[in-house]
Write a protein that binds this ligand. Structure first.
Ligand code: UDP
Length: 386
């Protein structure tokens, strides 16, 4: 058992939110499962005010390559909040596993204490805003190792890099099988009739998920095919931009009775699961993406998926085999039409997609990768017998 090779070792995960977004989603499942394998895994979050999270959201967008104006004051806010967290946070892990840029500055506490530090980057930083990357890099290079989701996401660094893709837990409330009555009651609760095909995108209300572009693509499809659109999303406590995006989405949707914009409360896993299962097609029209867990969630439910070819999406959607990759609004509308008018093809894609997730993106594989990573840090040079 790999878990037994880490006796007494504490793995301390640190990120910036317990709720909302893919990182919290994974940690929610990973931390208890590591515990069940005999590993003392913990999870803490850094503290920050709205100013700090406004800055880190800008960093997030800029690292994804989006145009952002970053000021000197922004860098100061980041440093000040980092200082506060450095004073207040108890670093109790033998391995300190820091997720994403927000808490990256905690590395200043790395001393000769023997703790191992890993920076887990969930963002595609292959084409970042250089100014933000130059600010972040001096923190990153002090870590013992960095973990990226895919080769294409990483950068040249003078530290060891590991490539570990994220995963979904098939037994979680988000992904487990649901009785039809549960699915029906969720649809009823949100007032979505099941009278015609439903296209759904589940995402935080974030510009990079392009919800307005989703509406535009839907409107093009709706001209020739009678169908509905569901845009379901929530907010994240480390994402202050979402309310503004939601307002724009509601304005753009107007009073179109075929467009359902749903603000879903945090921890509504069964509801999200039900919405995905009730859908005819799942869309993920991101402009930039980390891994894009929602795509794995949809494919695991054997749903036909149309998704942009960005970030980790092409790892999950093999074009014309496990879904359709699309480019732009017209391209997305074209792919949606193709699936709506070819239900057998759509079904075949969804079934292939499910198998692809089974072999590559379930949490069992992810747990094993993490255990091997931790063991390789704690026992450098050892040969691990599996
Ligand atoms: N999610 C959710 N409720 C929402 C919106 C998203 O539970 O209202 C979940 C979604 O099911 C997925 C995660 O949040 O598990 C989003 O992860 P992803 O990697 O797709 O995107 P991120 O938000 O990290 O950019």
């Amino acid at each position: 058992m790999l878990g037994s090779k880490l006796p007494g070792k504490v793995i301390q995960n640190i990120n910036s939110t317990f709720v909302g977004g893919g990182v919290a989603e994974i940690l929610n499942r990973m931390v208890p499962l590591l515990g069940q394998l005999g590993v003392d895994a913990r999870w803490d979050v850094i503290k920050g005010d709205t100013d700090f999270f406004q800055v880190t959201k800008k960093f997030h967008n800029a690292l994804h390559g989006r145009q952002e104006t970053i000021t000197k004051a922004d860098f100061e806010i980041f440093k000040e909040t980092t200082e506060k967290n450095l004073k207040e946070m108890e670093l109790k892990g033998d391995i300190i596993y820091v997720h994403d840029p927000q808490p990256a500055g905690l590395i200043a506490r790395k001393s000769k204490s023997g703790k191992k530090w890993i920076w887990r980057c969930h963002i595609d930083v292959s084409h970042p805003n250089e100014e933000v990357w130059r600010f972040l890099e001096p923190f990153v290079v002090q870590y013992d190792s960095a973990v990226f989701s895919a080769p294409a996401f990483s950068r040249e660094l003078p530290i060891r890099q590991f490539l570990i893709s994220p995963s979904i837990d098939p037994l979680s409330d988000k992904n487990k099988e649901l009785p039809q009555e549960t699915i029906d009651s969720v649809m009823e609760k949100y007032g979505i009739p099941k009278d015609k095909p439903i296209i759904t995108q589940v995402s935080r209300f974030d510009y990079l998920k392009d919800p307005v572009g989703v509406i535009e693509a839907f409107e093009m499809v709706r001209k020739s095919i009678n169908c509905r659109l569901v845009l379901a999303g929530g907010t994240a406590s480390d994402d202050p931009e979402s309310e503004k995006v939601l307002t724009e989405v509601n304005e753009r949707a107007g009073d179109n009775p075929d467009i359902h914009v749903l603000l879903v409360p945090p921890n509504s896993d069964i509801e999200i699961n039900a919405l995905q299962r009730a859908s005819t097609i799942i869309l993920q029209k991101s402009l930039r993406e980390g891994f894009g867990l929602t795509v794995s969630e949809a494919l695991w439910k054997a749903k036909p998926v149309v998704a942009s070819a960005v970030g980790g999406i092409p790892l999950q959607v093999k074009n014309k085999l496990t879904g359709l990759l699309s480019h732009g609004i017209a391209g997305t509308a074209f792919a949606l039409r193709q699936l709506l008018t070819n239900p057998d093809y759509a079904k075949w894609l969804g079934q292939n997609g499910k198998e692809h997730i089974r072999y590559n993106f379930l949490i069992t594989r992810h747990l094993r990768d993490y255990l091997l990573l931790f063991i390789s840090l704690e026992h450098p040079g050892d040969i691990i017998h599996l």
